[in-house]
Design a protein. Structure first.
Length: 204
């Protein structure tokens, strides 16, 4: 059923573009904003626009950042000799919520998936290898989704750094094969990180 205002219709259509937001939810959000004072809505719009325009990505780990390097990379209390390799920024947030990782991160921006046209060249793998070559990295912890694409990515990177003196581990299989980190409960994810395994134990 069409809405009585084209402006309202357009706003609902834009909110509906967001993941997990259907038309009914979008309409509820738009009507909520319509009840707010104009300065409140203006501040909301300005905040989102400013975030999109000014936010940066850490030149070292590719996490979101307000400057050249993110707060995790510049935190001197973190273990700079440990790198936790993840697929997306959401995975960084999920793992940080467990409070079990005191190292740094490296966001690949995806995983190798030939069927989806995603190869190593589309990911930040060169940056990761450069970090290992240039720094005193003692352990590389893979925290990728436990599926075929994740294992393929781990295998590829492992081969690329085989000549380097770096311990390679992965989070324990507390995360079921085929599952996704984003939807794992914090306790399961925390135990998976705390009981990570040498990569050779499951990548054959």
């Amino acid at each position: 059923m069409p809405l009585p205002s084209i402006l309202l219709e357009n706003a609902v259509a834009e909110f509906s573009r967001l993941p997990g937001i259907g038309r009914k939810t979008a309409l509820r959000l738009v009507l909520h904003l319509l009840k707010q004072e104009e300065p409140v809505v203006a501040n909301f719009a300005e905040t989102v626009a400013r975030m999109r325009k000014e936010i940066k990505f850490c030149s070292r780990c590719f996490n979101v950042s307000d400057g050249e390097h993110c707060a995790i990379c510049t935190n001197t209390t973190r273990n700079q000799q440990m790198i936790c390799v993840v697929e997306t920024i959401r995975d960084v947030i999920s793992i940080e919520n467990t409070q079990q990782m005191n190292g740094t991160y490296h966001v690949l921006g995806g995983i190798i998936s030939p069927l989806d046209g995603i190869g190593p060249e589309q990911l930040t793998i060169p940056g990761l290898i450069k970090r290992i070559e240039e720094g005193a990295v003692e352990e590389l912890v893979f925290a990728l989704n436990p599926n075929i694409q994740g294992d393929t990515t781990i295998y590829y990177i492992q081969k690329k750094i085989a000549h380097l003196n770096c311990k390679v581990t992965t989070i324990a299989r507390g995360i079921s094969f085929g599952g996704e980190l984003e939807f794992a409960d914090e306790m399961t994810l925390a135990r998976s990180i705390a009981h990570r395994l040498p990569i050779q134990q499951y990548v054959k």
